[in-house]
Structures are given as structure tokens and as C-alpha cells.
Design a protein around this ligand. Structure first.
Ligand code: NAG
Ligand code: NAG
Ligand code: NAG
Length: 378
């Protein structure tokens, strides 16, 4: 994995420089047709069937996307053996294993390919997350989801095909039980984990990938060798949405649970000061940065680098992001300002698929993004 990352970065970063623009103030509200549609997943249904209705209308687009990914992986990285991923699927925890099988059935694809597609999001997602508190103590949690970095795709047709196809299958999901919302997410259909989610009146959660030497493959290796105590990044997020009933319960789980891949968990709560970035290795908490209103730390911004390290010059989305959040100021914190910050290059880039703003009061709102040239590829 690390080798692929290195090759990918030398290739990508070697030939491009970042496009940085002045903080945008004119992007909100974006046009109505960029708003993500909402699908409902009824948790009362058996795991094998609960995605059926959500997926059926999008079937062709999901199938095409999974085929693009499989083809590209075969071309650039690995020879995808369905058998291996069939086996891996049998080790995935429930209910996710059954949900993936159900999704494969609706799509008419081999189960192993859908399992691969689910694991894929664990490995190739970069992002920016921001959590902030306004002058009235209201918390806002926003994120850009950037997908597909390090696959060795350039500005050519593969990138274009991939992002076109991704944009057609991204939705807000309303997970319901007994007709009531339990949690909401912004998701790529066919992926059953969560990267961006809110539990109304309780907490908001996003996960950003953390690239690290002891990255994904060590964890996956341990998993294959039979250590099943660790959790997959996106499944843990969903476990937390299901199981935790407060900010502090959620925080506790995210700090203690053994992971398969290093990650940043960004968690927001329901009262003043409840916002935190948890930097995780597989077994440990490497750092916890929290909001602190008394010392004027009213927001936190996290990309894909440790908060105490300088971001690399070729991928510094932190400095421009900070400049823009500060230029709006705490008094203007809200959906409009956060959307504008995340619509400013390079936080907006070629990989950005959607921007989400969440509050525990109002739930989730998401919009499709499509960075027009000139625009950095990441
Ligand atoms: C990319 O390829 C697809 C089909 O192979 C074609 O329809 C599309 O026009 C191409 N797009 C670009 C930007 O080259
Ligand atoms: C917030 O900052 C103040 C002043 O620097 C410090 O005394 C306090 O311990 C901090 N609170 C938290 C929760 O870290
Ligand atoms: C806490 O939740 C209530 C009910 O959803 C909401 O009205 C309030 O604004 C929330 N507080 C914060 C700080 O988000």
C-alpha cells in the first residue's frame, strides 16, 4: 500500500502544482439541482434486503462504477481475484456482510466485487473536515469528500469517467427504525459503511483518512491472519451511530476501539465546546485536539495530516482553509460560510465529489461539487 501511495504521489505531485484562489463568498446557495437526493434505508428490514429499494433506481450507474474501479485496479495496481474477495467477505462483521451480499444480489454482480468496492472507500478517500461553534453556542460540522487519489489516474478519461459515475450515485441516506430517523449520512450507494453522518440531537461524525507507514495493509494483513478484534474505519462509524447515545459515549468508542487503518475521527456534540479531532493509529490515540471557546479555539479544521505536523507543500489544504474560515469569523459561522470555504480551491479540487454541512438540530445537507478547470487534481 505504502509503495503504491509513494508511486502515486510522485507521479501526481510531480507534474502538478496546487491552484489556490481567494476565499470565495459567492457560492452559496448553489443551484438546486446540485442538492443530493435522499433515500431511506429501513433498519427494521433484514440486512440482506434493507438496501433494495434505495439501490434499485441507481442500479445501472452503480454497476458501471464498480466495473470502472475493478478495471482500473486490474490495469494499474492489482489483479483483482474475485475468489480472494469472496473469502474476505466471509470475514466481515455483521450486519455489513449480509448487507453487502444483499447489494450484490440486487446489482447482479459477484459478491467479491461488491466487497472490494466497500473496502476501496477505506483506502482511497481524502477530505477536509471542519467543526466550529458560532457565537450562540451552535455547532456546525462540514466536510468535503474527495475520492480517488493515488490510483494513478491523471486528468484523462479515467478520472472523468470515474467522477461522472460517482456523482450519479451519491445520496443522503436516512436510516430509519420504526419510521423514525436514527441517523443520516452522505454516501455512495453500494457502500454500507459511513464516512459522514449525524445522529440527530446527539452528535455528528466524519472520518478522514490518515496516511501512515503502518497504514491499511498492516491492518488488513492482521485481519487476514485472523485478528478480528480490529474494526474497519467506515463500519466503526456506523457502529457508533447505532450504539452510542451521546457525544461522550461516541468519543469513548472512537478512542478505544482497535482499528484496521489509521484515521482521523472528527466528532461534534450537542453542547458548547463539544468538538474534537481524534488522531488514531491502529492501537493507540496519537492526539486529541478539542474546541476551547475560552481560549478562542472556536473551530477545528482537519485534512489528511497530523494536526501537530506541517502539511506537505504539495498538498496544503489546511493553510488556505484556515485563512478562509478566519476571514468569515466566528460571528458568521454557518452553512453559508462553511460551504464557501469548502468551495474555495484547493479545498475544492478535481476529486471533490460532495460538500456536506451537518448540525444535530437540522440534520444533514449535501451538495454535489464539480471543480471547473483550472483546478488541481487533488
Ligand atoms: C471518455 O470515454 C467515454 C467512453 O469511453 C466517452 O463517452 C467520453 O466522451 C470520453 N470523455 C472524454 C472527456 O474524453
Ligand atoms: C481551555 O483553555 C484554557 C485556557 O488556555 C485552559 O485553562 C483550559 O484547560 C482549556 N480547556 C480544555 C477543556 O482544554
Ligand atoms: C442540541 O440539540 C437541540 C435539539 O436538537 C438543538 O436545538 C440545539 O441547537 C443543539 N445544540 C447544539 C450546541 O448544537
Amino acid at each position: 500500500m505504502y509503495k503504491i501511495l509513494l508511486l502515486g504521489s510522485v507521479f501526481l505531485f510531480g507534474v502538478h502544482t496546487q491552484v489556490v484562489e481567494k476565499c470565495r463568498t459567492d457560492t452559496f446557495p448553489p443551484s438546486e439541482d446540485t442538492k443530493l437526493p435522499t433515500v431511506i434505508v429501513n433498519l427494521n428490514n433484514a440486512p440482506e434486503n434493507r438496501w433494495d429499494d434505495a439501490i434499485k433506481p441507481y442500479k445501472d450507474d452503480i454497476v458501471k462504477l464498480i466495473q470502472t474501479i475493478t478495471d482500473n485496479l486490474n490495469k494499474y495496481v492489482l489483479d483483482v481475484a474475485d475468489v480472494a474477495f469472496d473469502l474476505l467477505l466471509t470475514t466481515l462483521p455483521q450486519p455489513y456482510q449480509s448487507e453487502i451480499k444483499g447489494v450484490a444480489k440486487v446489482l447482479g454482480l459477484p459478491e467479491g466485487q461488491v466487497a472490494l468496492y466497500n473496502i476501496f472507500y477505506e483506502l482511497f478517500t481524502v477530505c477536509t473536515s471542519i467543526i466550529g461553534e458560532d457565537n450562540n453556542g451552535q455547532l456546525y460540522h462540514a466536510r468535503n469528500l474527495d475520492f480517488g487519489l493515488f490510483l494513478g489516474w491523471d486528468n484523462g478519461n479515467d478520472t472523468w469517467l470515474m467522477s461522472e459515475r460517482l456523482r450519479r450515485i451519491v445520496v443522503n441516506v436516512d436510516f430509519q427504525r420504526d419510521g423514525k430517523t436514527v441517523y443520516q449520512s452522505a454516501s455512495f450507494l453500494g457502500y454500507v459503511g459511513l464516512l459522514t453522518a449525524v445522529k440527530p440531537s446527539q452528535f455528528t461524525l466524519t472520518v478522514n483518512e490518515r496516511f501512515n507507514k503502518e497504514g491499511g495493509f498492516i491492518g488488513i494483513y492482521r485481519w487476514i491472519l485472523g485478528d478480528r478484534n480490529a474494526k474497519w474505519m467506515g463500519f466503526l462509524t456506523r457502529d457508533v451511530m447505532e450504539g452510542a447515545n451521546s457525544y461522550s459515549e461516541a468519543k469513548d468508542i472512537l478512542m478505544k476501539q482497535e482499528l484496521l487503518a489509521p484515521a482521523y475521527y472528527i466528532l461534534g456534540g450537542n453542547s458548547t465546546g463539544e468538538g474534537v479531532i481524534i488522531t488514531r493509529s491502529l492501537d493507540e490515540v496519537k492526539g486529541v485536539e478539542g474546541l476551547n471557546i475560552t481560549s478562542n479555539r472556536w473551530y477545528l479544521l482537519q485534512t489528511n495530516y497530523d494536526p501537530w505536523d506541517e502539511p506537505p507543500f504539495f498538498d496544503d489544504r489546511r493553510t488556505p482553509g484556515n485563512i478562509c474560515v478566519k476571514s468569515w469569523g466566528q460571528q458568521n459561522l454557518g452553512t453559508k460560510s462553511l460551504f464557501n470555504v469548502l468551495s474555495t480551491k484547493p479545498n475544492l479540487n478535481k476529486l471533490t465529489v460532495y460538500t456536506t454541512v451537518m448540525t444535530v438540530r437540522d440534520g444533514i445537507q449535501s451538495w454535489l461539487q464539480n471543480c471547473k478547470t483550472p483546478c488541481t487534481p487533488w
